[in-house]
Design a protein around this ligand. Structure first.
Ligand code: FAD
Length: 465
């Protein structure tokens, strides 16, 4: 036991989680099963009266899709959360049946797909926070920024955190869930630990998003849509229904096709997508906000799990460890899966033994990023201007095969079930490589990857005029 801990006996049975985003809150929920107290330290002042925007999660102004796997894991950790979200106005849809999707090939028909939850990010965070804080062992200190780690004299044992106002705070386990702006590499360096290797793929994707009032239309038979870009037409858009009778429309484009943030340009860009369906939907709708841009969308994996030396009592989770190009919609599900992996890695360890298992926990939680990382980076590498380690021959063969899977999924429910199972992170990608699936996929080789017209899906009614 080091001196620092002796100075702070409260630290013995105390875990500190930095960041009250989804990764931090879900981790706190799990840690409260072992620690007598869990303190979540959050830099922002958290809204007290209900869901509201806050600067620490700027991405909340852009469309977020929660895949069924993420929701299922959240439900297991916080029973009743789905009901609470739906009561708050979230929508649980079937994609592509009622959430239309123009893939890189054609519009998906109403094939078996996956459930997705659509809600304002503020509603999601608020609801998760309310549910997590029902646990009396968990407390939030908001308006309080973490500025570094405290450690024993040799830097090998993390004993707490430094806070900008009101620190230090002693703890035997510290979890960094401060998201994409995490300073963990510098904090570790200050303790004498090497920086993690970083793998980065940047397809220079830009987002521009705007809220609209949902215009009444009794003939509308869909609730949301995704018009996907592709390398020869790298512009896309997603329209999601949100609580409060709103649509959130996010336009997407790579490199010089990044979407504009001017009022008029926003509609012009929407008109230039591969299908007019999204433009038709919003052209006469009433905007409720100005467009907001976002450009920091690179995939970036900080490989803490590879470091040979790792301090006792420290773990990095969520976007702080690995962030993804958001267009594939996996970050929140990965945050939930990381909490689940933390739960499993804790096994039967007591609060006293957990800090010593930090390195193993870091590896287990990092492993959940592998599949979404593969999906995001191999898709991004289809775009010639993407910066990052080039794909090898196997990766190229898989890219070509996945193009055929997307075509086959639209014609064969068995392929579509597997494709959406993998995309929603519910089933292993190996299911797409089983001999039976490969034969099914290749038997559809005559179907075109670029159909003559992608104007409207067959199960969609264009608006009058
Ligand atoms: C534009 C965009 C769109 C996205 N769309 C999707 C989507 O469709 N589906 C999906 O699943 N994911 C999506 N994501 C990813 C998703 O938002 C994140 O992966 C997910 O929220 C997990 O985030 P986190 O909890 O790790 O970090 P965050 O949500 O960023 O939370 C980090 C928290 O730490 C706090 N903090 C920061 N520094 C400190 C400090 N020093 N001390 C104390 N607190 C601090 C912040 O205020 C914040 O509350 C998108 C991301 C972006 C950028």
């Amino acid at each position: 036991m080091d001196d620092d801990m002796d100075n702070h006996p409260a630290g013995h049975d105390h875990a500190v989680v930095l960041g009250a985003g989804l990764a931090g809150l879900l981790a706190a929920r799990v840690l409260a099963q072992r620690f007598a107290r869990v303190t979540v330290v959050e830099r922002d002042e958290l809204p007290a009266a209900g869901p509201a925007f806050r600067p620490g999660v700027p991405q909340s102004r852009h469309a977020h899709v929660l895949w069924s796997r993420g929701l299922d894991v959240m439900e297991a950790l916080l029973p009743g959360i789905t009901r609470a979200l739906l009561a708050g106005g979230a929508a649980l849809l079937e994609s592509p049946r009622d959430f239309l999707w123009l893939s890189t090939a054609d519009w998906f028909g109403p094939v078996p797909g996956a459930r997705i939850l659509l809600a304002g990010r503020e509603l999601l965070d608020w609801t998760v926070r309310q549910e997590v804080l029902r646990d009396g062992r968990i407390e939030v200190r908001s308006g309080c920024a973490a500025t570094g780690l405290r450690a024993g004299p040799d830097g090998r044992t993390v004993t707490g955190v430094e806070l900008r106002d009101g620190g230090p705070l002693a703890a035997s386990l510290v979890v960094d869930a401060t998201g994409r702006t995490s300073r963990a590499p510098a904090w570790l360096a200050a303790l004498g630990h090497p920086a993690p290797a970083v793998t980065r793929y940047d397809s220079h994707l830009g987002y521009s998003s705007r809220f609209y009032e949902i215009p009444p239309d009794p003939a509308r038979r869909w609730q949301g849509m995704y018009v996907q870009g592709r390398p020869d037409s790298p512009r896309g858009g997603v329209l999601v229904p949100l609580e409060g009778g709103r649509w959130l429309v996010t336009l997407i484009g790579n490199g010089e096709h990044a979407p504009p943030t001017g009022d008029e340009d926003f509609l012009d860009f929407a008109r230039s997508l591969r299908s007019p369906a999204l433009y038709d939907a919003i052209r006469d709708a009433k905007p409720l906000s100005a467009p907001t841009g976002f450009r920091s969308t690179a995939n970036e994996w900080r490989h803490y799990e590879r470091l040979e030396r790792w301090p006792t009592g420290f773990v990095v989770l969520g976007d702080a460890a690995c962030r993804f190009n958001p267009v594939y919609g996996h970050g929140m599900t990965v945050a939930a899966l990381a909490a689940d992996a933390l739960d499993r890695a804790m096994g039967t360890l007591s609060a006293r033994d957990l800090p010593g298992a930090a390195r193993r926990i870091q590896r287990s939680t990092a492993a959940v990023a592998a599949v979404p990382w593969q999906i995001a980076t191999s898709e991004d590498m289809r775009y010639p201007e993407t910066e990052g380690p080039p794909p090898d021959r196997v990766a190229r063969a898989l890219q070509a095969y996945m193009s055929r899977v997307i075509v086959g999924a639209n014609a064969d429910p068995a392929i579509s079930r597997r494709f959406f199972g993998v995309l929603s992170l519910s089933t292993s990608p190996n299911t797409l490589l089983s001999p039976g699936t490969v034969v099914r996929v290749l038997s559809k080789w005559r179907l075109p990857t670029s159909p003559a017209t992608t104007d409207y899906p067959a199960h969609h009614v264009p608006p009058a005029g």
